[in-house]
Design a protein around this ligand. Structure first.
Ligand code: GDP
Length: 194
């Protein structure tokens, strides 16, 4: 998709605040700093639509973006941020769980994983959660520009093995620096839009 229009609709913490308009939704999840904001900005051809989530004190909200009047991106706050208290983490978990399990128009989740490292326990937990609820997953391995191309296969295998990756899900090698994988990511997303 070639995006000319993308806007924030609402930052929500509870279902009453979710947009009422019935559009297909793609949620995006990943550890803080994985490159989620950069991924969103790359896909919608903007520099700063989604703001970086890795900052302490950043509000933990579900940010709904409308894309070309035909799709919502739902930016799920980054997990694995060490400075968040237990209570905040529990609230985060509840909010995400409610959204992922109850939102009818949710079509797929883009699960972002830093391609340089083995998936964290939380990455694995998120993937298992999505599989358990039969939510289609698009795994996006981020920051591939930081790995020599000759090692991409090795890293892909390592990530898939740790996740116990289901071959019916998409796996996309991505970089917001080089735009590698941008078209493939859109193709995967569009396949869930009809
Ligand atoms: P978020 O916290 O998941 O939203 O992550 P951000 O998109 O804010 O990115 C976190 C850091 O990683 C920033 O310093 C980005 O510039 C950097 N970054 C994000 N994507 C890439 C990428 O594809 N390649 C490289 N080299 N750096 C990236």
């Amino acid at each position: 998709m070639n995006v000319n229009h993308a806007d924030i609709v609402i930052s929500a913490v509870q279902p009453e605040q979710y947009p009422k308009i019935n559009l297909p939704e793609i949620a995006l999840a990943g550890r803080s700093n994985v490159g989620k904001s950069s991924f969103i900005n790359t896909l919608v051809n903007r520099k700063n639509l989604a703001r970086t989530s890795g900052k302490p004190g950043k509000t933990q909200t579900l940010n709904f973006y409308i894309i070309e009047d035909c799709l919502h991106f739902v930016d799920v706050p980054g997990y694995g941020y060490a400075k968040v208290s237990k209570t905040e983490r529990a609230k985060w978990g509840q909010m995400i769980e409610t959204y992922l399990t109850e939102r009818e128009q949710l079509r797929a989740v883009v699960s972002l994983i830093d391609m340089r490292h083995a998936p964290s326990a939380e990455d694995v937990q998120m993937y298992e959660f999505l599989k358990y609820y039969n939510i289609p997953v698009i795994v996006v391995a981020t920051k591939c520009d930081k790995i020599p191309r000759g090692k991409w296969n090795k890293h892909e295998s390592m990530i898939k093995k740790k996740l116990d990756f289901d071959p019916s899900d998409d796996f996309i090698i991505f970089s917001s620096e080089t735009k590698e994988g941008k078209d493939k990511a859109w193709k995967a997303i569009e396949s869930y839009m009809d």
